[in-house]
Design a protein. Structure first.
Length: 166
């Protein structure tokens, strides 16, 4: 493989705009590549970390294998506690939506669990949100509506069968 070329510091703002545009065009692979270039130049760039995380979660729907380790590593690099909580919720919500679309009984239970996990993270984010930022509340409401519309419920706890000892 050829050695990758480095992005200049001055080009980062325009590259971030391009990455976001590619995400909006449903081209998460291109957005991911641009974010990796930005992070090679500025490893702490929070907007690139967030955009990369979102590009990875955009790939959930396309059937690409995105590991929990990848998303957790990006989440750990976020400096803001609010961002960590909010985007952890986003990851869980997007995984839930993929499970829901698989439309099997087990996947519906998994989707419910993931939506509830997302809602828990959104509640954490809501508690520490910046003034005027109700994004976590909006996401929580979306998850609640999806659960209601799709009649999702928690899995019934399995009954334990007791065998008499002889």
């Amino acid at each position: 493989m050829s050695e990758l070329k480095s992005l200049s510091q001055e080009a980062i703002p325009a590259a971030l705009e391009k990455a976001e545009r590619y995400r909006l065009l449903n081209e998460p692979g291109e957005a991911e590549s641009i974010c990796l270039d930005i992070l090679k130049t500025d490893s702490e760039n929070q907007q690139a970390i967030i955009t990369l995380l979102l590009a990875l979660t955009d790939r959930f729907e396309k059937g690409y294998a995105v590991s929990d380790m990848q998303t957790k590593e990006l989440l750990s690099r976020m400096k803001s506690e609010y961002d960590r909580a909010y985007y952890t919720g986003i990851v869980a919500e997007r995984r839930a939506k993929v499970k829901l679309r698989q439309n099997t009984p087990d996947c519906r239970f998994q989707a419910y669990d993931l939506f509830r996990e997302a809602m828990s993270w959104f509640e954490k984010a809501e508690a520490i949100r910046p003034p005027g930022n109700d994004d976590a509340l909006l996401r929580w409401n979306t998850c609640a509506r999806i659960i209601t519309r799709n009649n999702l419920v928690a899995r019934e706890p399995e009954e334990r069968i007791e065998f008499p000892l002889e």
